[in-house]
Write a protein that binds this ligand. Structure first.
Ligand SMILES: Cc1cc2nc3c(=O)[nH]c(=O)nc-3n(C[C@H](O)[C@H](O)[C@H](O)COP(=O)(O)OP(=O)(O)OC[C@H]3O[C@@H](n4cnc5c(N)ncnc54)[C@H](O)[C@@H]3O)c2cc1C
Length: 390
């Protein structure tokens, strides 16, 4: 990845950004160049999360950018959040995942649905990275259909007794707290804050991933865990609560995917100008120009999509279906660009000397988590026709 990265901006989209947005982009970009790019390949190769980046992520404001300052957040708008995710994911989807989970899946539900006591207790420490969180929705037998979840809790005095398990949980192996979604005795879904150290709560790590290797993934296992009732999020129950968190994270992913696409495009463009075959740079060949032209076209469309979605989110007007469209389109766009960019690099494209193959493998997770590509299509289908085809 180049040290002095400039994003493709074919349609002068920078004109739509404020000075603050551009400053945030520059400072996040510099941090990625200094702290992520030089080490990320090594951590991905050894399948290890670079835990030392937690403190730095907090310092650049990546934990809760849009959470109010009184709770330790940065109080920024949604476009600022998106731009940060774009820049961090240009470095690596796994590092962006850590920031997304902490912000949109842990801080967001505590901020939106938590009691004052919960907000004061957890949010400032989550913002500084003093404590890290994870989000437990997916279960071994309930992925795309979380409403069927079997994790459940029963009342017992001032506590509830939680049983069940969650799978594929980003950051679970090192998280201090988990926002867990489980059903009460009336089969109603609630969010509970489960703390590491509670008896019967374990978080085994998931190994053998070919994707998001620099992100730590694991399970959450609850074996008669006694959770104080004051740890239940009081503000909202039902599946709509976790889905609101997912909307926030999916929006950030739509920007993050652009970051990956930009990095792949830039790497391929640079390589194609330097690589000589048949007496000319391969950039002078029509077939390679077609790939580059189509990449720039798709990046430009995705930039406009996420920017407009950010404006809608700032006005609290973005619908779930609009967010599905952007997540689905932009991740697919990034996957196609990564594949084409990899080909432009020929054999060199498969090595860890370049970021493309790592991005490509990471995107296999990004296209699956936070609603699969097909599930987002079904959300759109339902919106268009009024017929639920799940
Ligand atoms: C690296 C990684 C990190 C993750 N992090 C988290 C996390 O932090 N927290 C969390 O809660 N979850 C997390 N997930 C889980 C993720 O959200 C799920 O994997 C995803 O929702 C899909 O569920 P599933 O894997 O069970 O697939 P399934 O739901 O079994 O789907 C399998 C296939 O069937 C398709 N399908 C399902 N239903 C239908 C239908 N009605 N019609 C047509 N096709 C259908 C799907 O599109 C998919 O292609 C993570 C996953 C990964 C890979």
């Amino acid at each position: 990845m180049s040290e002095n990265f400039t994003s493709p901006d074919f349609y002068n989209i920078d004109e739509l950004l404020s000075e603050e947005h551009k400053l945030i982009r520059e400072s996040t970009r510099q941090w990625v160049s200094k702290s992520v790019s030089p080490i990320i390949e090594e951590y991905a190769q050894k399948a290890e999360f670079p835990g030392h980046l937690i403190k730095e992520l907090a310092e650049i404001g990546a934990f809760g950018p849009y959470i109010p300052e009184k709770y330790g957040g940065a109080g920024l708008d949604q476009i600022s959040y998106g731009i940060m995710m774009q820049e961090i994911e240009r470095g690596d989807s796994g590092i962006r995942s850590t920031a997304s989970v902490q912000s949109s899946l842990v801080m967001y539900p505590i901020w939106k649905f938590g009691s004052d006591e919960q907000k004061e207790k957890y949010l400032p420490k989550l913002a500084t990275g003093e404590i890290m969180g994870c989000f437990g929705l997916t279960e071994p037998d309930h992925g795309s259909n979380p409403s069927g979840m079997i994790s459940n809790f029963k009342s017992d005095g001032d506590d509830v007794i939680l049983n069940g398990s969650k799978m594929w949980i980003s950051n679970s192996p090192f998280a201090d707290i988990a926002v867990v979604w489980a059903k009460d005795e009336n089969k109603r879904i609630h969010g509970l804050i489960v703390e590491r150290g509670m008896d019967g709560f374990t978080t085994p790590e998931t190994h053998n991933k070919w994707s998001l290797r620099a992100s730590s993934t694991g399970e959450l296992i609850f074996d008669n865990v006694r959770v104080p009732k004051k740890n239940i999020l009081p503000g909202k129950s039902g599946l709509g609560a976790p889905l609101m968190c997912l909307d926030s994270a999916r929006y950030g992913i739509s920007w993050g995917a652009i970051g990956v696409a930009m990095d792949c495009y830039n790497t391929a463009l640079k390589y194609s100008l330097e690589r000589i075959q048949f007496g000319k740079p391969i950039a002078a060949k029509q077939l390679q120009q077609k790939k580059l032209a189509e990449m720039l076209t798709e990046i430009t469309k995705a930039q406009l999509l996420s920017w407009k979605l950010g404006k809608l989110k700032n006005e609290d007007k973005a619908t779930s279906a609009q967010i599905s469209l952007a997540k689905r389109n932009n991740v697919d766009m990034a996957m196609n660009i990564a594949r084409e960019a990899r080909q432009i690099l020929g054999g060199m494209g498969i090595t860890g000397d370049f970021s493309i193959m790592r991005h490509m493998m990471n995107l296999e997770s990004v296209i699956t988590y936070e609603g699969t590509h097909d599930i987002h299509l079904l959300i759109l289908g339902n919106e268009i026709t009024g017929h639920n085809a799940f």
